[in-house]
Design a binder for this molecule. Sequence first.
Ligand SMILES: *Cc1c(COP(=O)(O)O)cnc(C)c1O
Length: 344
Amino acid sequence: MKPLEQLLRPNIKDLKPYSSARDEYSGEAAVFLDANENPFNAPYNRYPDPYQRELKSHIAGIKNIPPEKIFLGNGSDEAIDIVLRAFCEPGIDNIVSIAPTYGMYQVAADINNIEVRKAFLTSDFQLDPQAVLNQVDEHTKIIFLCSPNNPTGNCFRDRDVLEVLKGFDGIVVMDEAYIDFAPEKSWLPRLNDWPGLIILQTFSKAWGMAGIRLGMAFANKQIINTFSKIKYPYNINILTQKTALDFITQKHTQMQAWVKEILSEKKILTNALKQLPFVQHIFPSDANFLLIKTQNPKKIYNFLVEKKIIVRDRSSVALCEGCLRITVGTPRENRTLISALKMF
Ligand SMILES: *Cc1c(COP(=O)(O)O)cnc(C)c1O
């Protein structure tokens, strides 16, 4: 990786962050008269811990990553936005992204006026490392990868990801939102080998907490410190910190049990979908959803909507022509879907 000072935007490199009352004093005290809070209405009258220390220490234990290499955001969405704002000068710098992939990279880049240069996946949705590296120019600061990828569902091969990491001296973001469902290993244990690597994970999928908005970014300490300077001081509210902490400490086995059940349901759903004459192909999935190719996706989509079943129409996405993306639901939801499709 290039020195971080060369990759960061100059205004971010020199940024003096907002110093909150809780920054200036964070020890144990009996009387807090420093933040103009209402002294009544406990427990929500106080500002939350801006660095989420207790929650991070528990996540550190689960992930086996020290807390100083963890950033927590209002969903992964916040981390995606902050990476862009830290490294890319609007109107000048660009990012390279794969296609098809998660739509937020493009939207976040558009909002920040940052060009997205796209490298198509191969016809079987594998990463083409040379195609990615060919899109890099002298203004490319970040490459966004997503494995398992959304909406294709597959993990990328290690050797292809390695080729990208070796061939680029900027920041590589690896979005692992679905990694808990995948047979492949996370890149987390290899974080130390790649100073420019940022790994994103989330509480929105396997952990079953999309509603509390909590995303994680893992990276070297310097990068995490930079993100902490950029974020809103109190970006993770008390309710979210407490809900996540309670779940992790009291119900930590629940997540693995859900993953197991969802994966077994995915098999059942796959077999049922295979029987349907209009399903031409079911792409291999390492995630909690299936991408299926059909002859008439829009008709099927509308037919299901009439039956109050909503799937995702991805048929207008390049390389996903004819495709619908279906999340694996509860056994009952999946049976409802299959019964409906049998009537199509
Ligand atoms: C669902 C998803 C996320 C999660 O986003 P949150 O903001 O954490 O809810 C991130 N990346 C990908 C690829 C996803 O599909």
